[in-house]
Write a protein that binds this ligand. Sequence first.
Ligand code: BDR
Ligand code: CA
Length: 307
Amino acid sequence: MKHIIMDVDTGHDDAVAIALAGGLNDEIVIDGFIATAGNQIREYTLENTLNLTEALEMEAPVFAGSIGPLLRDRVLAGNIHGANGFEGPVFEKRKKKECMGNGIRWAIDHVLSHPGEITFVSVGPWTDLAVCLKSDERFASSLKEIVLMGGAVDHPGNVTPSAEFNVFADPEAAEIVFGSGVPITFFPLDVTLKLLLTQEVLDKVKNLPESRYKNIFLASMGFYVPSLLKAHGEMPAMHDPCTIAYLYDPSIFKYSYRPISVETKGDKTYGKTIGGKEDKNSTTKMAVDVDTDKFWALFFKAVNNLV
Ligand code: BDR
Ligand code: CA
């Protein structure tokens, strides 16, 4: 079993990642969620995470994370994910409450008390993870692995010509994470933009029997598909779900070991992830290709488990 902390800024593709983890609980155990500011303000991402996990009957605790980046001004993605960060699905009034106390403090204590066992998955800006790394020097050596969605290495960015949203939203945090020395597997736009939702997948979901996730997925894609078609002229990429698919079945992706750094000074290139040459000794593993058939087969396995 793989124990993970999932740091999310719950918007549409974060939600698919959460559902994937929920449906693959024969292998993945979510010890807790931390909701951070990113796609929308933290108040909304926290609300979205509580609503979604309650609807999916996922019992993992949900903590509040950072309200903004380490240094830079806050950037949100309301233009992509809507006014509440997860427009589309409508949830019943929830009973689930956030766990009191700071999510970062909880994550540090949790990792230190389970050395070598916990994987930190971050699919929003990486602020919370950077604060954990900087707050206690034992945190890095106690983690098993870091798994991230973010960056654009040999591919253009999606916020600026060179920067991807999660890294652009907190480049200083990203620099801390890549410099941590912890084994990292990350999923930049180079690979996630090869994994687009298709009409065939949507039709297949429509024909599934009712389940906890089916209508949430369809309602969320009812907003997200037109939003992405308008913003980027293509179907939505399954960015964040790559992290969970990897943890369940690493053979879905191909990888390259490369040292990565982050541009934190450049005026026009602020937030760019810079990849060095392939180096087998690098602790940073970048996903470069995806077997889309295998991914979707795993997606349907997870959805069918969320009956
Ligand atoms: C990333 O930005 C967010 O909008 C998505 O949820 C994903 O984590 C893609 O650049
Ligand atoms: Ca995200």
